[in-house]
Structures are given as structure tokens and as C-alpha cells.
Design a protein around this ligand. Structure first.
Ligand SMILES: Nc1ncnc2c1ncn2[C@@H]1O[C@H](COP(=O)(O)OP(=O)(O)OP(=O)(O)O)[C@@H](O)[C@H]1O
Ligand SMILES: [Mg+2]
Length: 254
């Protein structure tokens, strides 16, 4: 069943205050796929990612995980879905009053029913995977942005997610910290974790993504392999957008 979609999103719509923000977005994510959402600010990338796990309830549309339809009316079903769909936000979303270890450990006890010893062992394994075993006792305020984001990834991985959704995981980071987070994401992609990631790191994304999804005004207006969309001579929106981003980055002297 290798062609079986891990995640299927069907015709999601969402309006805010009568203004349509998502106009019927559909996509399928297959085992080992990395799909990258790109496009101008306000295009609907974050709204789409949050509609998938119903952090923002869509107005219409369906979401399927391994063929099973998410039923948001069932709290149990929603909780189980969210456990299996790891979400990484731009601003890390860590508990400030908990150490790195406890940030990863807390849900293992509460959600997965692990004993304290089991939770500690698993949490340490995930912190080690993201290179933070020596920072386990540190609180978020004592960690760099890159380290905080890696804790957030460790926390999501501790749930054994079937899919990860990442919303601009590096855009709140100083440039010198971006690489360490991208390295963790690269490892996950190499291990075959199915992921949808919104990012402006086009070069990085192009080196790993199976597909770019270019979103504008609530619609996927263009999709295809990074190589095709970025090819010399291509008149794709993706290529024009990517050229604009690199021009801006050059102007900022980076
Ligand atoms: N809670 C909300 N209430 C009203 N409008 C909203 C809300 N959330 C998002 N929007 C609007 O929806 C549109 C899409 O926003 P969204 O954050 O999904 O875009 P985005 O593609 O993620 O942009 P960016 O690249 O800046 O992150 C924007 O016009 C935004 O103002
Ligand atoms: Mg966004």
C-alpha cells in the first residue's frame, strides 16, 4: 500500500469575518513525502496548517489520516488525531515554567500514559536526537531560539507522530541559528517522516522537498517539483517569488 496517502486534505474552506481565506484547498501527503508551502504573506499557509488539525476549525472540507476521516465532533478522535500529527510553530510554543526535559516529558505521561521512568527515558532519547541532551535541565529562557525550536521538535517526536506540520520553523531565529534547526528537519526528512512545511528557506526546501505548493489568496495556484518550478527560463510564480526573496536577502547584506 505504498501509494496510500498518509494525510489527505479535501477541499478545505475557511473565511474570517466573511472574507474567504482558504478557498477549497486539497492535497495528499504520501509516505516519506515532504511538501513545502510557499507564497506571499497572507496567502493562507498558516491558516491551512492549523485547519488540518482543527486548531482553526475549517468551514468545510475533510481531513483523513491513513484513510480514516477526522471527526472533530468527537473529542477523543480529535485528541488522537492531534497526537499523531505533530505541529511545529514559528514561536516554539514551549511551557516557560518547565525545563526542556519536562516540556518533552509532560505529554508522555498525560497523553500516552507513560510512567515517569519511561517518560524520562523517551524524552532524553528525543532531546539527544536533536542534540540537546546536555540542556535537559534548562528552562526555555535559558535556551537560544534554535535550541527552543529543537526542544519543540523533540516534544512532537516523542508522540510518535505519523505526520509533522511545520509553520515557518526558522523564521523567528537569528540567521546563525537557522542551520541547526534545518539540520534536524533534514534528518527527519531523510528518515522519511511525512511533512508539510511552510517556509521562506527556498534553497533548503528545494534541496529536500518532493513538491512545492505555491499558495496565494487561499488557493494552491501552482505545484510541482522544485527543480521544474525553479528551472532556468521557467515562468513559474515560484521562480519569480524565489528571485524576489534572494534579492531582498542580498539587500539586507546577508
Ligand atoms: N484569526 C484571524 N482573524 C481574521 N483574519 C485572519 C485570522 N487569521 C488569519 N487571518 C487572515 O487570513 C489571511 C491568511 O493568513 P495566514 O496567516 O494564513 O497567511 P500566511 O500565508 O501564513 O502568511 P505569512 O507568510 O505572513 O505567514 C491573512 O489575510 C490574515 O490577515
Ligand atoms: Mg504564516
Amino acid at each position: 500500500m505504498s501509494d496510500f496517502a498518509v494525510l489527505r486534505v479535501e477541499h478545505i474552506t475557511k473565511a474570517f469575518g466573511g472574507q474567504p481565506i482558504l478557498k477549497g484547498v486539497s492535497l495528499e501527503l504520501f509516505p516519506g513525502n515532504l511538501k513545502v508551502l510557499i507564497g506571499p504573506s497572507g496567502g493562507g499557509k498558516s491558516t491551512l496548517l492549523q485547519c488540518i488539525n482543527h486548531l482553526i476549525p475549517p468551514d468545510s472540507g475533510q481531513v483523513y489520516l491513513e484513510g480514516e476521516r477526522l471527526n472533530p465532533a468527537s473529542k477523543q478522535n480529535l485528541r488522537s488525531f492531534r497526537r499523531q500529527v505533530g505541529m511545529i510553530f514559528q514561536d516554539f510554543n514551549l511551557f516557560e515554567h518547565l525545563s526542556a526535559l519536562d516540556n518533552v516529558r509532560v505529554a508522555l505521561g498525560l497523553v500516552r500514559g507513560f510512567s515517569k521512568a519511561q517518560a524520562t527515558e523517551r524524552a532524553m532519547a528525543e532531546l539527544t536526537r536533536v542534540g540537546l541532551q546536555s540542556r535537559a535541565g534548562h528552562y526555555p529562557a535559558q535556551l537560544s531560539g534554535g535550541q527552543k525550536q529543537r526542544v519543540s521538535v523533540a516534544r512532537a517526536l516523542a508522540m510518535d507522530p505519523k505526520v509533522m506540520l511545520l509553520d515557518e520553523p526558522t523564521s523567528a531565529l537569528d540567521p546563525e541559528l537557522i542551520g541547526e534547526v534545518l539540520a534536524v528537519i533534514r534528518d527527519l526528512a531523510t528518515l522519511g517522516m511525512p511533512m508539510i512545511m511552510a517556509t521562506h528557506q527556498i534553497g533548503f526546501a528545494a534541496s529536500l522537498a518532493d513538491e512545492f505548493l505555491f499558495m496565494d489568496h487561499g488557493v494552491i495556484v501552482e505545484h510541482g517539483s522544485p527543480a521544474d518550478l525553479l528551472a532556468k527560463g521557467s515562468e513559474s510564480r515560484t521562480r519569480a517569488f524565489s528571485a524576489k526573496i534572494s534579492e531582498l536577502t542580498c539587500e539586507m547584506g546577508e
